[in-house]
Ligand binder design. Structure first.
Ligand SMILES: [Zn+2]
Length: 78
């Protein structure tokens, strides 16, 4: 009887240990994912001035601040 109880307790301890391991694995995965995304730029459109190569984000300016080229001189980078 006591032996049985002891075995049950051991099994339960083993189960919770395995569970903790699984949680650790998930945490490790999330952590790795966070690391993978570190340093990556958020999605944005980039426009480059075809005259001087000036690059800007999201919207081209009316006039290039470097060479004064018009908005039409900018092209989108994919
Ligand atoms: Zn320019």
């Amino acid at each position: 009887m006591i032996e049985e109880a002891k075995k049950e307790r051991e099994k339960a301890a083993e189960r919770s240990f395995t569970y903790a391991n699984e949680v650790e694995k998930v945490h490790a995965n999330l952590y790795q994912k966070a690391l993978d995304n570190l340093g990556k730029l958020p999605e944005a459109d980039y426009y480059v001035c075809s005259v001087c190569g000036y690059t800007c984000e999201n919207e081209p300016p009316d006039r290039c601040p470097v060479c004064n080229a018009v908005k039409k001189a900018f092209f989108k980078v994919d």
